[in-house]
Design a protein around this ligand. Structure first.
Ligand code: PHE
Length: 465
């Protein structure tokens, strides 16, 4: 109640309490206690309070001097005797600064008069307002804004910034930042840094005008994975030692029957200039579901769908996705890995076009020295294995497989006779291993991947190394 009475009592006769700190000190109570009372009275609209923080000011060296010795104008005034004095005499007795600054302020304040080389007083006594203000600021008292502005202008005080009292370390522009705790690419999903490589490869395909194929189904029928690719049913790859067949659902339900018939015929007796394989093609074998062994199964389905659209439109397709093979796992083999595949379908394509596209594609991956070796695939003729010279390993490494799809594969689909398809495939893991210098594929993909290796692995930019 002391505080409340004091506040209301004070405001009976005065307009305002300018400084609550000063008021609290005068009452001998804590400022927070006073503040609470003010807030309450303000809340009931008994008084009108405003919250503002007082700026802190520091005295400059000159200000500190005046706070002790008085302002130059007052010292100048005091040096002028009531009977007056010659300027020349004053100049000898006074400090040069006190003389120059003091004379001009005394004159400005109308304290003195200077005429014909002598100075006379215009008033009897003066107050040292500047000294009092400076002392007030030194003691943390509230000072009127106009006075503060004047003192600032005379450079007798400066606004205090906290930073002035703090010690700062010099910038170390070479310091490395703390590693950020963020999510890292999930190895089982993406292969180690594979997402990065994958994104880069995806960008390359997109720059080259390729469209992505839908590869979201891991399960395919043997028909799309093998038969439509003119891969005979006795081929060792179709053995369960090499391919994962599904138990449930064990067979596919839905195949385009007239096309199946044409595929059966080309296997059995040929056609389109081919002799065929001359064996008894079995539908049961084609119906078997499996985990796709290559993404070429998807390319095949896409080409079949393209062939159904009339008139024919040239296309460039790509995919990057998972494939499965029943293989003994070792340093360089996994039972599941990722394949990259590119397919171009157009009129009159040649082996020269294939070589040109491969040179372009791999150059964008940073592989400029390529060699091709004749190879065999049931679905391509001619076929070429692709080798790249690895500068780090100082040897040629196999990086992919390619070829021109056979007429036995394309013509039963219904593609025009003058349309050719060039295609290539490679694993995502292989160039990634080469680029990162990893010699064990299990460090890259699968359950044995070390999370720290993923965290600490550098980011890969293809073609820039
Ligand atoms: N499908 C092949 C493989 O699994 C790659 C390939 C794709 C070859 C297209 C030729 C044409 O290795």
């Amino acid at each position: 109640m002391v505080a409340e009475d004091a506040i209301l009592g004070f405001l009976q006769s005065q307009d305002e309490i300018a400084d609550s700190h000063e008021f609290a000190a005068g009452l001998g109570i804590d400022h927070t206690e006073l503040e609470n009372v003010i807030k309450r009275l303000n809340g009931f609209e008994i008084i009108d309070a405003q919250d503002f923080k007082k700026d802190n000011y520091l005295l400059t060296e000159e200000g500190k001097l005046y706070a002790v010795e008085g302002s130059p104008e007052v010292n100048f005034f005091l040096a002028v005797p009531p009977e007056g004095i010659s300027l020349a005499n004053l100049k000898i007795t006074l400090d040069p600064k006190v003389f120059s600054i003091g004379s001009s302020w005394s004159k400005k304040n109308n304290w003195i008069e200077i005429a014909k080389g002598s100075v006379t007083r215009k008033v009897d006594a003066v107050e040292d307002k500047v000294k009092d203000l400076l002392k007030g600021i030194e003691d943390g008292k509230f000072v009127d804004g106009n006075d503060v502005a004047e003192l600032l202008k005379r450079k007798l005080i400066v606004k205090q910034g906290d930073w002035k009292d703090l010690e700062f370390k010099e910038y170390n522009l070479n310091a490395q930042g703390q590693p950020i705790q963020i999510g890292y690419l999930q190895p089982l999903l993406e292969a180690w840094q594979g997402a990065m490589v994958r994104e880069e490869i995806q960008n390359i395909f997109l720059q080259m005008g390729f469209e992505e194929m839908p590869t979201n189904n891991f399960v395919e029928s043997s028909f799309w994975n093998f038969d439509a690719l003119f891969q005979p049913q006795q081929h060792p790859a179709r053995d369960s030692h090499d391919t994962f067949f599904l138990k449930a659902p064990a067979t596919t339900r839905d195949l385009p029957e007239d096309y199946v018939e044409r595929v059966k015929r080309v296997h059995e007796v040929g056609g389109y200039g081919s002799k065929g394989y001359g064996y008894d093609w079995k539908r049961d074998e084609a119906d078997k579901n499996l985990l796709r062994t290559h993404t070429t199964a998807v390319s095949t389905r896409m080409l079949y769908m393209l062939a159904q659209k009339k008139p024919f439109m040239p296309k460039r397709y790509y995919s990057i996705d998972r494939v499965f093979r029943n293989e003994a796992v070792d340093r360089t083999h996994l039972a599941e890995f990722h394949q990259i595949e590119g397919v171009i379908c157009d009129h009159g394509l040649t082996l020269g076009d294939l070589i040109g596209v491969l040179e372009d594609f791999f150059a964008r991956l940073g592989m400029t020295k390529l060699r091709f070796k004749p190879a065999y695939n049931p679905y391509t003729e001619p076929s070429m294995e692709i080798f790249s010279y690895h500068d780090g390993l100082n040897k040629w490494v196999e990086i992919g497989n390619s070829g021109m799809f056979r007429p036995e594969m394309l013509l039963p689909m219904g593609l025009p006779e003058d349309v050719n398809v060039i295609a290539w495939g490679l694993s995502l893991e292989r160039p990634t291993m080469i680029l990162y210098g990893i010699d064990n594929i299990r460090d890259l993909f699968g359950p044995k991947v070390d999370f720290n290796v993923i965290k600490n692995g550098p980011i890969c930019r293809l073609g820039l190394q």
